[in-house]
Design a binder for this molecule. Sequence first.
Ligand code: 5AD
Ligand code: SF4
Length: 472
Amino acid sequence: MLESSGDVEPPKDKKVFVKTYGCQMNVYDSQRMADALAADGYGITDDIEDADLVLLNTCHIREKAAEKVYSELGRIRQLKHERARRGRETVVGVAGCVAQAEGQEILRRASAVDLVIGPQTYHRLPAVVERARAGEKIVETEYALEDKFEHLPAPERNAVRSRGVTAFLTVQEGCDKFCTFCVVPYTRGAEVSRPVAQIVAEAERLAQSGVREVTLLGQNVNAWHGEGPDGREWGLGRLLFRLAEIPGIDRLRYTTSHPRDMNDELIAAHRDLPALMPYLHLPVQAGSDRILKAMNRRHTAADYLRLIERIRTARPDIAMSGDFIVGFPGESEADFEETMKIVRDVTYAQAFSFKYSPRPGTPGAEMGDQVEEAAKNERLQRLQALLTEQQRAFAQSLAGTEISLLLEKPGRLEGQLVGRSPWLQPVIVDENAGRIGDIVSVRITHAGSNSLFGEPMNPATGLKTAAEGARV
Ligand code: 5AD
Ligand code: SF4
């Protein structure tokens, strides 16, 4: 965390507690909602019992994620009663993808809830909260005609500064791909790209507040497109080059991508843009062409492997990350073996794997031939064992090498800092807190189970790596 330079914040009379579930876009959205509420006089609290407004930013991607919200709402109901006994009112809001998908149903199932707000209407949150405080029960899930990003306030200076040296920036939202397992096209709506000028302005603000690494977010981030200041149509590759020109922005990433939208320009950016980190999350989901077709992924396993080869030719040190689903309807043992095979062929540095969870309203949920839970469990275990082995091998392969490290935050022990490797791994080094925000060269001494350990290459002068440049 960066040290405050002594700006004084006005006292906030009301407090909001925000709990975030699910993906990085929810993390970003929670921050923007907190900014909108801060502009309306709310302070942030980490103590739910102290909160006048409790906001759950929810995830609907798998059943387990959605169900967690209802059990949390049960606990919040108790809390609300206890606060009411002490004469304190609590407004309870549900935001995010469960809000969008279930709307009115949430008010029916969870009596503690006062307001339900979908991701497209966050800019209306302060007004909605005011109405809820006046006693109204509100469901706000219509897609707004106005651009929410235009209407969300710019983050407060202090709020941004306290966020640290890495940040998310949503550039694209929604999805038109309609994979048959996925609720996203229904909860986040159609694909929308934010305009170049808006994105550049937000990245500049982040840079001014000390952010050095920006991760561009989108459900289909590599489908991002927009009109550049030159009047030409830009793709994500061009946008990345533009953002890398901003002084202070030294590292860029983007997530999550679809294989069909990895175009030549973006692959070339991996070759030509040093600020673009050599790490790519590119989910394939399954390795069997029959299952890929049933999932409506619209590419084959061979297409994916060819694509990876092109990306690796452009950027040989790139590390791959992916998502996998086991037990999609109709998946046989032989189909699953194809998933194991593609994992062996690609070799992942990092991966997320899930049991298929039928989601209401998606085509997959209606398919016959659903796979038994026991088979799903067994396949997930086998897949995760292989992925964990690959992840460990990748971490171990870095021992003895010199890497660049963005010093991010204090470590658990005095005199230690945690930094972020180009491949998103936490690296622990002995450094003083004044160096947070610097990009330094370290030699990796060894790999632990969750992090790497490194030693500064030149602690006396603290020379920065040439590849990423020194900051002025
Ligand atoms: N069941 C299991 N996993 C799913 N994902 C998306 N929908 C489902 C589902 N119904 C996984 C995909 C996606 C990741 C974000 O979540 O792997 O890439
Ligand atoms: Fe879901 Fe497929 Fe869209 Fe990704 S590309 S958000 S998995 S529908």
